[in-house]
Ligand binder design. Sequence first.
Ligand SMILES: *[C@@H]1O[C@H](CO)[C@@H](O)[C@H](O)[C@H]1NC(C)=O
Ligand SMILES: *[C@@H]1O[C@H](CO)[C@@H](O)[C@H](O)[C@H]1NC(C)=O
Ligand SMILES: *[C@@H]1O[C@H](CO)[C@@H](O)[C@H](O)[C@H]1NC(C)=O
Ligand SMILES: *[C@@H]1O[C@H](CO)[C@@H](O)[C@H](O)[C@H]1NC(C)=O
Length: 415
Amino acid sequence: MEYETNNWIWDGVYNHPHVFGGLMLTAALLGLSTSYFGGISVPQLPYLWSDSGIFHKKKSEKKRIRVYMDGCFDLMHYGHANALRQAKALGDELVVGVVSDEEIIANKGPPVLSMEERLALVSGLKWVDEVIASAPYEITEQFMNRLFNEHRIDYIIHGDDPCLLPDGTDAYALAKKAGRYKQIKRTEGVSSTDIVGRILSSLKETNNTSSHGDPCEESQSKSAQLSQFLPTSRRIVQFSNGKAPGPNARIVYIDGAFDLFHAGHVEILKNARQLGDFLLVGIHNDHTVSEHRGKHPIMHLHERSLGVLGCRYVDEVIIGAPWEITMDMITTFNISLVVRGTVSEYNSSFTGESDPYSVPKSMGIFQVLESPKDITTTSVSQRIIANHDAYLKRNARKTASEKKYYEQKKYVSGD
Ligand SMILES: *[C@@H]1O[C@H](CO)[C@@H](O)[C@H](O)[C@H]1NC(C)=O
Ligand SMILES: *[C@@H]1O[C@H](CO)[C@@H](O)[C@H](O)[C@H]1NC(C)=O
Ligand SMILES: *[C@@H]1O[C@H](CO)[C@@H](O)[C@H](O)[C@H]1NC(C)=O
Ligand SMILES: *[C@@H]1O[C@H](CO)[C@@H](O)[C@H](O)[C@H]1NC(C)=O
């Protein structure tokens, strides 16, 4: 079943390219989104992604298991992506609830990313089939019934950390009693709290840019010291499509840092993918990023690679791509087109070296893509820095509970 499911997603990409750019919404989904969107204006609707045409074909064959998982997805990272990947494996269709801005403000303080950005990120994940905007922070009995009846959800999925309501009761007691609850394992090594911590400490680092010693070593100690993530080949395989380009495929190449994977990245990757049949993404290594940005990346190379691999528009990544696009690379991967966005973190006057795109330019296969959004890693970081004190307080609280988690942590089997 799982195999069929994956296959189904990729069928969508390969054989139905119109699904991609166009807006295919079922009547039911439209109804749902207008009711959930509430006060939010509707231009974000394209992020509610539904593959209706392909659904109906298989519906008659066998009932598809629909699973639901929710979250705030503020500063979305590969830990969220991995949770949703695991949730998807427990069913055939994954519906994701994204908690509204108002509910996040009331429960945790202001989110870093707006609803629109959070929706773009969640909808951009390759495991997500439908999105419910403005889900409640806590699953109430009423909302749960709505999930079961209106959204035809079979199982509610949650991580293995306990989720208690303010009155101390288990938020999922009802779903458990009904036998409609399933659990997945927490993804180790990353959390939004940890990322906020890295951004705040990179703020300190920026003042001391005139650094001393080997930049490679420094990059290791600065960003990696805060990361508990241990990249395994298995995780990379889980995130990969494992497919080579088809015969005669037009291969598009885009490169960058893809640090703090954000809605602007999703949009540019979507546009790049539409220019061909296969999107190859080059991810610069930590040293290259530091050198050209004058600042260490917040997420290290493997984390950035997982962020990109989770995106539904990406077919393959080069983990540690060269700065300069060489003729050899173009030949090796049969690249037809090289693109870059107009919004970039890199400061070309910073290093004063030669144009990394000169080869594709001379071959006439280079194109500049208008970046659909002007969000950058820096602008996201600046939002956190602007709210420095509030985040620092919130982070101190959460860091304490994270610390406790790690101290008490035991081995849990699973994915
Ligand atoms: C520079 O870094 C040192 C420690 O490495 C720190 O004590 C100092 O406050 C930093 N300076 C600035 C201006 O941030
Ligand atoms: C860092 O530099 C900025 C501007 O140069 C300054 O306003 C700020 O106080 C500095 N921060 C620290 C911690 O020294
Ligand atoms: C290389 O890409 C071109 C499209 O630009 C395609 O026509 C050709 O078949 C590809 N070569 C191979 C061997 O797949
Ligand atoms: C790029 O770097 C140069 C030289 O270091 C600096 O003067 C300029 O302000 C930088 N531009 C941006 C957009 O950071």
